[in-house]
Write a protein that binds this ligand. Structure first.
Ligand SMILES: NC(=O)C1=CN([C@@H]2O[C@H](COP(=O)(O)OP(=O)(O)OC[C@H]3O[C@@H](n4cnc5c(N)ncnc54)[C@H](OP(=O)(O)O)[C@@H]3O)[C@@H](O)[C@H]2O)C=CC1
Ligand SMILES: CC(C)(CO)C(=O)C(=O)O
Length: 335
């Protein structure tokens, strides 16, 4: 792998601007494929990267190449795919047309289906799965705030791509079980919809036992589907996925003590699905709950809560009025 060639971020929004910005701040050559509104925002304000620990980095727009034109992939050594799942096929076609054959493509997306979509369209190019455990919120005026802790995981490869992309402020680890890591993250991502429906910051939502019980019940449906399909999810934290529902149901004091030891989360944290509803965009619900429900169906596992949550998210997408601010009882249909 040629690490002197640019790292090109395919579809820079919250994750792409934060990851690309951290790499550029470490003097790596970075180019962002962006929408015009993101280009204008960065050209006007530059990038301001903040995090839960109080760290702050500022970069002038001149530190990165910015373009709406996919010809920006032309000399890429590594391409980081950071579009939402519905856009993966389109961006893959752009990469296929413009990126060199030896460019390594890394998906930093949620869900378990994006790598197959990329592989199908990218022929012989190497495609690696990645998993971003932390939350990034686009705060406006060029600010991208990382509000939770954790290291990015990437599938292990002979070129040590994870190590090649690690810089101060952004640590990547290689995993031999990236499929397990992706399924483990998908189980956590089931909460994205609850966070979006609640219209609450993640920290406030997790501090409330009624919300945690709802998350736990939904997660139990998901874990049952995975078990029936013979899939073993891996955890990005010391807590195994199968223990998480029990942990979530614990009283506040015990739960907070355990959470505080395993991850940092600040009051700004908001799931990417909340950000989608807020901005009137379609969500990734079909790629998150949708993928788990499909697995449940194939294995004759009931998933009534997940189905209800999908319906509520679709209603919110259609209404176009942003996160609806529902209670756990309204989501369960008992209010
Ligand atoms: N935000 C978070 O905290 C986390 C997100 N993730 C995952 O990371 C992935 C990215 O999420 P996130 O960064 O939040 O998403 P964003 O919507 O913030 O960013 C994606 C950006 O890509 C743009 N885009 C899509 N297609 C193209 C294209 N062909 N050319 C140029 N730009 C394009 C989108 O524009 P437009 O909207 O106009 O289409 C958008 O600006 C998702 O799979 C998400 O689930 C994972 C962990 C945490
Ligand atoms: C919040 C987080 C980090 C975990 O659910 C996430 O993956 C997202 O916002 O999409």
């Amino acid at each position: 792998m040629n690490t002197d060639r640019p790292i090109v971020v395919a579809g820079a929004g919250a994750i792409g601007c934060f990851v690309g910005g951290q790499l550029a701040a470490a003097d790596r050559r970075v180019a962002l494929l962006v929408r015009p509104r993101v280009k204008t925002e960065i050209e006007r304000f530059g990038l301001r990267l903040t995090d839960f620990g109080g760290s702050e980095k500022r970069l002038d727009a001149g530190r990165l190449a910015l373009s709406e034109d996919p010809a920006i992939f032309r000399s890429a050594g590594i391409v980081l795919v950071t579009v939402k799942s519905a856009d993966t096929a389109d961006v893959a076609d752009q990469i296929a047309q413009h990126a060199p054959q030896d460019a390594v493509i890394v998906s930093l997306q949620n869900g378990v289906g994006n790598v197959a979509v990329l592989q199908e369209r990218l022929g012989a190019r190497r495609v690696l799965a990645g998993m971003v455990p932390f939350n990034v919120v686009a705060m406006g005026e060029g600010r991208f705030h990382r509000s939770t802790s954790g290291d990015i995981t990437v599938g292990e490869d002979a070129d040590s791509t994870a190590a090649a992309l690690s810089v101060p402020g952004l640590n990547l680890r290689a995993s031999r079980d990236i499929a397990g890591v992706q399924w483990g993250k998908l189980i956590i991502n089931l909460n994205n919809a609850l966070s979006a429906l609640s219209d609450m910051p993640l920290a406030a939502q997790l501090a409330n036992r009624d919300w945690r019980r709802l998350f736990a019940d939904q997660m139990a449906e998901g874990l049952a589907a995975l078990r029936a399909a013979g899939i073993t999810p891996a955890s990005a934290t010391p807590i195994p996925p199968n223990w998480t529902p029990t942990l979530l149901r614990l009283p506040d004091m015990i739960f907070n003590a355990i959470l505080g030891r395993t991850m940092k989360i600040d009051p700004e944290a908001r799931s990417s699905m909340w950000q989608d509803l807020k901005q009137g965009r379609k969500t990734e619900i079909d790629y998150l709950q949708g993928a788990v429900i499909a697995l449940a169906e194939q294995n004759n596992v009931n998933a009534p809560l997940m189905r209800r949550i999908v319906a509520l998210i679709k209603q919110a997408e259609t209404a176009g009025k942003g996160p609806p601010g529902l209670s756990p009882q309204q989501i369960r249909g008992v209010a």
